[in-house]
Write a protein that binds this ligand. Structure first.
Ligand SMILES: C[S@@+](CC[C@H](N)C(=O)[O-])C[C@H]1O[C@@H](n2cnc3c(N)ncnc32)[C@H](O)[C@@H]1O
Length: 393
């Protein structure tokens, strides 16, 4: 990830720049003893945070994990512009390393929020969950130009790599979403998909709650698949196969079939590995049989009123656990001009949590940063709880 290592400087000096540069919004100082400050920046319309970590011999700047843009070029441009404006002495940086890798296909990158009111430009839409190196996704897209292929991948470097491939191959019918597939599924309209591929998901034998396939996932899959369309799971794991057999056999309005060692015309990176090891490969295909009702999507993630600093001081340190959700407040930061602050907040379902910040101006505003949570019923319940905690009720 792009970073900048510069000679130590007084971070207070940044306040002067913040006052005159529109793309710098705030400097936030931790309320606890921690050598990390946050700088609120905006580049090319995208707000995010830079982390400023102070070491005795150097100060290191990089994009923060929760809000960082997928396009590393954007982070590099931001760090370079800042270094120039602030006049820092650079000790080490990787922001000038360019030209070796082609740029990402920016138009193919979709954020989870885009799906709140998405127009799908093609009548046929398919989704691949956890595409990894993207071999299957790109292969499908090249062969079926009449279908829009959406790939969702939680691993950022894989998403970036496939966005580069989309650009190199000039593909017009692939979108990439760098997010948890289980949340994306909840955002899609009912009866949309022609196919849903889940190839070689991580088996998570020791942490089964992290598996992509679950009763909830299958219920959502059947909602978003058109009647007759398939959820295709391929796995080399005997454990996962047996687990998926059980999960797939539960929904009443679906049927499924199992095939052993069925060949596909394209072999993914993982499949190639398992084949070399002569493992059995199971394909489970679950077919949606009925049309599903439209998805309920009216969730309001605004806060009824602003808060001030005292409410932040009262936040519980331990996770608050509800029936099917949790809320956990992390590190709190105060803006250097004393007008408000920002607090780390994880919440939502236990198996697919959201990680956001709450940003507030004392008595004036309160919202999520960098964007609202994904509009799911569980997140909406967690949001209600966050409000209740903040307002002390
Ligand atoms: C074992 S790899 C298989 C990759 C690819 N399908 C293949 O066959 O080569 C599993 C992939 O799923 C991704 N993944 C795991 N959990 C995910 C989730 N909840 N949402 C999206 N992607 C996920 C991982 O990052 C990884 O790239």
């Amino acid at each position: 990830m792009p970073h900048l290592k510069v000679e130590p400087f007084e971070t207070k000096e940044l306040d002067r720049l913040i006052a005159k540069e529109e793309c710098l919004h705030f400097r936030a100082v931790p309320e606890s003893e921690a050598p990390v400050e946050l700088l609120g920046v905006e580049l090319e319309g995208e707000p995010f945070l830079l982390e400023i970590k102070k070491h005795p011999e150097a100060t290191v700047l990089r994009a923060d994990k929760i809000s960082r843009p997928l396009d590393v070029g954007r982070i590099k441009r931001c760090l370079a512009a800042l270094a120039e404006k602030a006049g820092w002495k650079i000790l080490h940086s990787n922001i000038l390393e360019s030209g070796r890798r082609p740029p990402l296909a920016a138009e193919a990158e979709k954020s989870i929020r885009d799906f709140e009111s998405m127009h799908f430009p093609k009548r046929k839409v398919a989704l691949e969950v956890g595409f990894g190196s993207g071999r299957h996704l790109l292969w499908q897209a090249e062969r079926h130009p009449d279908t829009l292929f959406i790939g969702v991948e939680i691993h950022t470097p894989s998403a970036q790599q496939v966005l580069r491939q989309i650009r190199l191959r000039s593909l017009q019918n692939v979108w990439v979403v760098n997010y948890d597939a289980r949340l994306l599924l909840e955002m899609l309209p009912s009866n949309l998909l022609e196919a849903l591929y889940v190839h070689f998901p991580v088996p998570w034998d020791k942490k089964p709650h992290r598996r992509v396939i679950s009763d909830a996932f299958v219920a959502e899959a059947l909602r978003v698949l058109r009647p007759g369309a398939l959820l295709e799971l391929r796995t080399d794991s005997e454990n996962y196969y047996r687990y998926a057999l059980e999960v797939f056999s539960r929904p009443p309005k679906a049927d499924f079939r199992v095939e052993k060692n069925r060949d596909l015309p394209v072999v993914s990176k993982y499949e190639a590995r398992w084949r070399r090891m002569e493992k059995n490969i199971y394909t489970l295909s679950l077919r949606a049989l009925e049309e599903s009702p439209a998805r309920l999507r009216e969730f309001d993630f605004s806060f009824r009123e602003p808060v001030d600093h005292s409410a932040i001081g009262r936040l519980p340190r331990k996770p608050v656990v509800g029936e099917d959700f949790f809320v956990h407040f992390g590190r709190a930061y105060r803006f250097s001009d004393g007008s408000g602050g920002i607090v780390e907040c994880s919440f939502g379902s236990f198996d697919r949590p959201e990680h956001k910040y709450l940003i507030y101006r004392d008595g004036k505003s309160l919202r999520y940063f960098p964007e609202r949570p994904v509009a799911t019923a569980t997140n909406a319940r967690a949001h209600q709880k966050i409000g209740a905690i903040l307002y002390g009720c």
